[in-house]
Design a protein around this ligand. Structure first.
Ligand code: SF4
Length: 481
């Protein structure tokens, strides 16, 4: 069958697969990573697939319509996200009005809004969707009907049918997936994508899916990939690293996109040992948690060419960390930072303003903590409660939710707005504090040695280029505000 996988148009460089789904302030653009895995799975099953990344290619809906006419698919698969939901449903409606092709919608909001979506699209594939799509397309091709496909919702005789959820993928199934980096090479332009903490150009891959932690604000485990961490074998991951070194020599870094790559110390150490044994050279970075890594493991990671740790600190206030069920306290976070510096790794620290318990005093404490730990990269986000998360339910119940209209999550440039407002800290103050913290950090003279430290390492030219580009994009963002 001919299947057209679409990351639909919205703002240019909009990150539908980013955690906060907006237009990155520092020029960040994610690969359409989940759609790419699905592309690989469908191709392995013998289908003719076209993968289109409209935000990366700066395409509008007319470009998509022309392209659809040319490709003439049997099915369109369109990905959506919480902050682009209304836009994506409008695009689905436009496609429907021009073509008779069935549309399947995928992405995290499908687990929350399947009935609303079925007013426009034909099928909703809920939660993790690559294996669901494979079975769905096969059944349609063989004219078997869709009634037995797990994980989908659809309409029959004007009734909405929700088939039972598909069990989460297993570790064994993840090992059977094609290498997503092969899909990138075939369908996308790797120079389109940029992470402000990774050497450029880079690829993003998963070594595992799901996260076992309980953070109340985090939507992926609650609405999409589940709370069980399923992992690829070390052999399979390093085979992909070798493939990248051999077939994509221009790639400077692999980013491990797992929610938390460092959950299991033994697995991380085994990965590092095997990486060194295979004499690999390409650098890599990963998401980590402060309570899962000790100094010994960090040192092994450094020896195996790990560069950056991307870490969610979220807040410097123990009360807030407890409210969001983060699972660690600020004392543990401080020890972790000392070890990161001792091991010689770089730190990208994530904070969120506006979480339950936030007030002007807690914001000041977080700012003080940021100045103490001096991360090489700082990210501060607005706390966005997405439907399906405990944070959303809490904000709604307490009356702190300003709106639950997806159009209100982003401003006119595609950057985060706050849809929570507290009597003691308004939504405007939350957004203003985020910008102010970032400006004060990056435009301070104290950041100069932090930047210099990054460009006096291996790959100094690439590090300098990365910093220059993300700095330029950040300045543009600030001047547009
Ligand atoms: S550890 Fe990270 S990925 Fe996991 S639930 Fe918490 S914020 Fe989400």
């Amino acid at each position: 069958m001919k299947v057209y996988l679409l990351n639909p148009p919205y703002f240019p460089r909009f990150g539908r697969e980013m955690r906060w789904q907006d237009t990155g302030r520092g020029g960040t653009l994610y690969y359409p990573i989940w759609l790419s895995y699905a592309t690989g799975v469908l191709e392995c099953n013998g289908h003719d697939v076209r993968l289109v990344d409209a935000p990366a290619w700066n395409w509008d809906v007319n470009n998509v319509l022309k392209d659809l006419k040319k490709f003439d698919p049997d099915m369109v698969v369109l990905e959506t996200s919480f902050t682009s939901l209304n836009n994506d449903l409008n695009i689905s409606a436009t496609i429907k009005s021009e073509f008779n092709t069935p549309i399947t919608i995928v992405g995290p909001p499908t687990s929350q809004f399947s009935e609303k979506m079925l007013n426009i699209v034909d099928i909703v594939a809920r939660y993790e969707y690559d294996f669901t799509l494979a079975e769905l397309v096969k059944n349609i091709e063989k004219k078997k009907g869709v009634q037995n496909v797990l994980g989908i919702s659809f309409k029959k005789d004007n009734r909405i049918i929700h088939n039972p959820d598909r069990p989460l993928s297993t570790s064994k199934q993840l090992d059977e997936l094609p290498f997503v980096s092969e899909v990138y090479r075939k369908h996308l332009n790797i120079y389109d994508y940029f992470l402000n903490y990774s050497l450029y150009p880079m690829v993003q891959i998963f070594t595992g899916r799901g996260c076992p932690y309980q953070c109340t604000f985090c939507s992926w485990p609650q609405t999409f990939m589940g709370r069980k961490y399923r992992v690829r074998s070390i052999k399979n991951i390093l085979d992909e690293f070798e493939w990248i070194e051999g077939h994509l020599p221009e790639i400077k870094e692999v980013f491990l996109e797992d929610d938390t790559f460092t959950v299991n110390k033994r697995r991380v150490l085994e990965f590092c040992k095997e990486y060194i044994k295979r004499k690999l050279d390409i650098t890599w970075s990963c998401n980590a948690r402060v309570d899962t890594l000790d100094l010994e493991t960090m040192e092994e990671m450094r020896k195996a060419n790990c560069r950056f740790l991307i870490v969610g600190f979220e807040s410097a206030n123990n009360e807030i960390l407890k409210n969001i069920k983060k699972g660690f306290n600020i004392e543990i976070a401080k020890d972790f930072v000392k070890n990161v510096k001792k091991a010689g790794l770089l730190l990208h620290a994530d904070f969120i303003i506006g979480l339950p318990g936030e007030n002007k005093r807690t914001v000041e404490r977080t700012i003080k903590f940021i100045k103490e730990i001096k991360p090489e990269q700082l990210q501060v986000s607005v706390a966005s409660p997405f439907p399906g998360t405990e944070f959303y339910e809490w904000a709604k119940e307490k009356g702190y939710l300003v709106t639950d209209d997806p159009n209100e999550y982003l401003d006119a440039q595609g950057h985060q707005k706050s849809i929570v407002s507290y009597p003691w800290l308004s939504s405007e103050e939350i957004v203003n504090r985020v910008d102010k913290i970032l400006k004060e950090y990056y435009f301070s003279l104290k950041y100069i040695p932090v930047a210099l430290k990054q460009i006096t390492r291996r790959h100094s030219l690439e590090e300098a280029k990365r910093l220059f580009y993300s700095g330029k994009m950040f300045i543009k963002y600030i001047f547009r505000r």
